[in-house]
Design a protein around this ligand. Structure first.
Ligand code: SF4
Length: 712
């Protein structure tokens, strides 16, 4: 078959709107509209590569169920189109009515890591300062809250230290709870470009695609990672395989940590993790002898009941061995959503804009001055986290909810509880591309949003690179950019004259620059969107004094890592060892529920709740079309299960059906289900890490009911 040819009249480059890798995509334009996408060959992130989602990014925009007008649900449950002015008036009057009856704290907002940074910041200001809403969180709580808190406590600021070339410069790469092959396929390609024949070590209960391609796989028992990492620290100390000079000059809390780690003996590690002694020793040898060791983690760490301390145990190893601030090193959290990093700094949810503290009066004054607000308009306390908002709806303290670009009815842990909560609301507003999401089914008012590629703004990727999103398509009907919707709501609410400073995404970008000034994330040196475009994105920090006065077009180096001067962001300039005793998971297997259910990404063609990727014929062809469960051959044999049979799974919360996939990629006593199907979160249990309040999606007890096994 001949390749299809496209007649185009121009091209332009923008960053992808799915994952945090932040690849550059070239849009091929005809008559002002993109008709095709290809990976941008010169973009410094992806170097001419893209995963299937990137290639297919236009398909979700062309879906037949795009919402093209605001919709109001009537008493019979029917959705009726209304004008934007009526929708905005209803939004303001109903939410204000709820606040008048139940108090200002009776409304909440749940947003996303998928909008531009300008949109996130405007929403955060609108909801918290304009609408006086206290409880505002986003779905980044589900993926990156742990890394945010871990870095803040350890380094003094939420600062992932790496750049992507570190994948190519390591001698030893340690991936913990990270199936980077599937979750971040372009970053895996960067690993494959490493010419040092590196040791690639994967720590994961499953033999994931990444583990299959690794030099070494440590198949630890689920949630034994914290014991493993503390035991690793002890073993490195025992061998004197630590960087004493770095520890002395640049860290705090070492003596306490070294004493604490002594109780994590090799016997204890082997007992808790189920590892062979030789494998554990080989792991220690690899770290001890590596010249450039990098530690990487993703959701297998972040989504646990003690996730913050686990992430910090990895940071501790990097500090202990001096593997930070140098090429090929680092304690590196790979982010999830395309703008989770923007959300972490500028959502104005649990941190005040720029990563500041709501409780700090000087911080509030600073932000108020930049935004033209009275300082009193900025609350002194942060509001509820996501789980507390769900609980608040249940206990009746929250009556109204605004959901922006997320699908809580599918993605929230212990799904039945989320569904019951949504049903209890007096008023639910859903702002999305589609009226057909599981969450939209409960909405009283639906606001049609433009998607990625139908608006402009910036995203921040995993390596702290600000990249540009451009408008390459027109949104359908009356759908508007989230930014424009927030402007309309701000006007209908009459929030005050400060809203005029947010006159456009680029005006908002100027505010964000000022909000970043003198913080570790300072990017005041980025002069314009054009500069971002010309540079292929720019990593923070890039303060204006960093720009060379000798040139009229100052450009930063393409890739820069943090802490090359070993100065951390705590007041004393030192990184902190942070640690705690491990605790058992709140729900463990029992005779009735003998299996541990693991969850995670299924394929690189699927994104989260499939809201967008299911719109692409190509992506659907590249992934399973219904839920499946991976089961070990020995367990399957004992239960009389073969691949392709429908099995019944039950947890203490729900019972679901799934197709069995018999595979030795899961260990005995463990099962794996992809997160993309509704059934998975019907089984999970709402447990959160106490520091980050990130849910523990990776561990709950289930049974496979033999009596209910039947042919698919
Ligand atoms: S790896 Fe991520 S950023 Fe790159 S094309 Fe795929 S989804 Fe987009």
């Amino acid at each position: 078959m001949m390749p299809q040819r496209f007649e185009t009249d121009s091209t332009t480059t923008l960053v992808c709107g799915f994952c945090s890798t932040g690849c550059g995509l070239t849009a091929h334009m005809r008559d002002g509209e993109a008709i095709h996408l290809t990976p941008a060959a010169q973009y410094p992130v992806n170097l001419g590569m893209a995963c299937p989602k990137g290639w297919e990014s236009l398909a979700p925009l062309a879906a037949s169920d795009r919402m093209s007008t605001p919709l109001v649900r009537d008493r019979s449950g029917q959705l009726t189109p209304v004008s934007w002015s009526k929708a905005a008036a209803q939004f303001a009057s109903v939410f204000k009515g709820i606040q008048a009856r139940w108090g200002t704290e009776s409304i909440a907002c749940l947003s996303t890591g998928q909008m531009t940074t300008e949109e996130m910041a405007l929403l955060g200001c609108l909801f918290r300062f304009g609408m006086r809403g206290t409880h505002y969180d986003s779905n980044t709580r589900q993926c990156m809250a742990t890394s945010h808190v871990a870095y803040k406590q350890s380094f003094g600021f939420d600062a992932p230290p790496f750049c992507y070339s570190d994948f190519e410069q390591s001698d030893v790469l340690v991936f913990v709870g990270s199936n980077v092959c599937v979750a971040h396929p372009i970053l895996w390609q960067r690993v494959l470009r490493n010419e040092k024949a590196p040791l690639i070590i994967v720590v994961d209960p499953r033999k994931t695609e990444t583990a299959m391609n690794a030099t070494m796989h440590l198949p630890i028992l689920p949630k034994s990672d914290l014991v493993l990492l503390y035991g690793t620290a002890r073993a490195l100390l025992a061998r004197d395989a630590v960087d004493s000079g770095f520890i002395r000059d640049h860290t705090a809390g070492f003596d306490q940590f070294a004493a604490f780690a002594q109780s994590f003996t090799e016997e204890m590690v082997l007992k808790h993790t189920g590892l062979e002694r030789a494998d554990f020793e080989q792991f220690i040898n690899a770290i001890a002898s590596g010249k450039r060791v990098s530690f990487w983690w993703t959701m297998g760490v972040n989504q646990g009941h003690e996730s913050t301390r686990t992430a910090q145990a990895l940071i501790n190893l990097a500090l202990l061995t001096g593997n930070i601030g140098k090429p090929g090193t680092g304690a590196n959290s790979i982010t999830g959503q395309c703008n989770a990093m923007g959300s972490r700094l500028f959502a104005n949810a649990t941190s005040l804009l720029g990563g500041r503290d709501f409780a700090d009066a000087a911080h509030r004054d600073k932000v108020a001055g930049i935004l033209g607000l009275p300082a009193a308009a900025i609350p002194e306390k942060k509001g509820f986290a996501y789980d507390q908002i769900i609980d608040g709806i249940h206990d009746g303290s929250i009556k109204g909810l605004w959901v922006v670009a997320t699908n809580s009815a599918h993605s929230w842990i212990q799904q039945e509880s989320a569904l019951e909560a949504l049903k209890k609301l007096e008023f639910l507003v859903v702002q999305d591309l589609y009226s057909t999401t599981e969450t939209a089914a409960f909405a009283h008012l639906l606001l049609p949003a433009a998607g990625w590629g139908e608006k402009e703004g910036t995203l921040i990727n995993s390596e702290r690179r600000l990249g540009l999103v451009k408008q390459i398509r027109r949104a359908p009907g009356q759908a508007l950019s989230d930014f424009r919707i927030f402007q309309i709501i701000a006007e209908a609410w009459n929030v005050g004259p400060w809203r005029h400073r947010w006159s456009s995404p680029e005006a908002a970008f100027e505010l964000l620059k000022e909000l970043s000034r003198d913080l570790p994330c300072d990017f005041t040196g980025i002069q314009s969107y054009e500069m971002l475009d010309a540079c292929g994105g720019i990593q923070w920090p890039w303060p204006d004094h960093a720009a060379s006065p000798d040139t009229s077009s100052p450009r930063p180096a393409v890739e820069r890592r943090l802490f090359e001067d070993f100065n951390f962001y705590h007041d004393d300039g030192r990184a902190q060892f942070v640690f705690d005793n491990p605790t058992p998971p709140p729900e463990t297997p029992s005779p009735e529920f003998p299996f541990i259910l693991l969850t995670g990404r299924g394929t690189s063609a699927q994104w989260h709740t499939l809201t967008r990727t299911s719109k692409s014929d190509m992506l659907r062809r590249l992934s399973p079309d219904s839920v499946y469960v991976e089961i070990n051959p020995l367990d399957a044999s004992a239960l009389g299960i073969q691949s392709g049979l429908k099995v019944q799974l039950a947890s203490r919360r729900a019972t679901v059906f799934a197709t069995a996939l018999v595979t030795s990629s899961v260990q005995r006593g463990q099962l794996f289900m992809p997160m993309h199907f509704r059934e998975t979160n019907q089984l999970t249990l709402q447990v959160v890490d106490p520091h980050s309040r990130q849910p523990s999606y990776k561990y709950c007890a289930v049974q496979v009911l033999r009596s209910a096994i039947r042919e698919a």
